[in-house]
Write a protein that binds this ligand. Structure first.
Ligand SMILES: Nc1ncnc2c1ncn2[C@@H]1O[C@H](COP(=O)(O)OP(=O)(O)O)[C@@H](O)[C@H]1O
Ligand SMILES: Nc1ccn([C@H]2C[C@H](O)[C@@H](COP(=O)(O)OP(=O)(O)O)O2)c(=O)n1
Length: 232
């Protein structure tokens, strides 16, 4: 346990579309650290529960499903790792807005969150971890050395998501996305367990109007100089 606590963690929490995944992967790559996409775990459980035809409001049933769902991340070169759920490649499926809404619904159950704690702690491996989510700095890694809360205006987040989905060939309206984002923000921030809010000791980074490379530098600036040396 003591050895585990010495492994450094940088947490990056924030609302949907704030750029957590993009920035966390880039920062983890620059540092040569592991990356935890905790949202993908909730999305995978939402999907597995839907595959089993479970009622997503049934906390016990979904928590049991979370405990027995096999979730693997497979990194193959550049880009997003593939996400394998119960042996099926769910990389694309988990990214749909439907899967996002299912994830947000099942994530409100304390029993489901509890079922995923040990799995998330297991990602803390040398030389370090960048953990991306909603409660990384508040609940899962409260002892993390560095904590960032990444935000952007709801309009900008909806525009980013719109562009991202359009590039994937998914057709959605900007107005519809803005509504979805506002509803998900509200549900994630108002739930009683692990609500979306900055940890007291988090540095808030607002990325509205800031290009990706600049946001990466602003997040890296939270870490000490010697860790930021380029690896190659
Ligand atoms: N600072 C930024 N400026 C413009 N687009 C961004 C920025 N950060 C992220 N994006 C884009 O916004 C979309 C959502 O980013 P993502 O990392 O998936 O956010 P999150 O994980 O917080 O939901 C992606 O298409 C990404 O390329
Ligand atoms: N640590 C986490 C991560 C995600 N969740 C929930 C809340 C979110 O609405 C869903 C999906 O999270 P994800 O980070 O993949 O979603 P976005 O990419 O930010 O839209 O899961 C959570 O409750 N706790």
């Amino acid at each position: 346990m003591a050895a585990m606590q010495t492994i450094p963690v940088l947490t990056i929490d924030g609302p949907s579309g704030s750029g957590k995944g993009t920035i966390s992967r880039a920062v983890a790559d620059r540092l040569g650290w592991h990356y935890l996409d905790s949202g993908a775990l909730y999305r995978a459980v939402g999907l597995a529960a839907a595959w089993e035809g479970l009622d997503l409001s049934d906390a016990e049933a979904v928590a049991n499903c979370a405990a027995r769902t096999d979730i693997r991340f497979e990194t193959a070169g550049e880009g997003e790792p593939r996400v394998i759920v119960n042996g099926k490649d769910a990389t694309r499926l988990i990214r749909t807005e439907t899967a996002g809404a299912a994830a947000s619904a099942i994530a409100a159950h304390p029993q489901v969150r509890a079922a995923l704690v040990a799995l998330q702690h297991g990602f803390r491996r040398a030389p370090g971890l960048v953990a991306d989510g909603r409660d990384m700095g508040t609940v899962i890694f409260p002892d993390a050395r560095w904590k960032v809360f990444l935000t952007a205006s709801a309009e900008e987040r909806a525009k980013r998501r719109h562009k991202q989905l359009k590039e994937k060939g998914v057709s959605v309206t900007l107005a519809g996305l803005l509504n979805e984002i506002a509803a998900r923000d509200e549900r994630d921030a108002s739930r009683s367990v692990a609500p979306l809010k900055p940890a007291q000791d988090a540095v808030v980074v607002d990325s509205t109007g800031t290009p990706i490379h600049e946001v990466v530098e602003r997040v890296l600036a939270v870490l000490p100089e010697q860790l930021r040396q380029p690896r190659r």
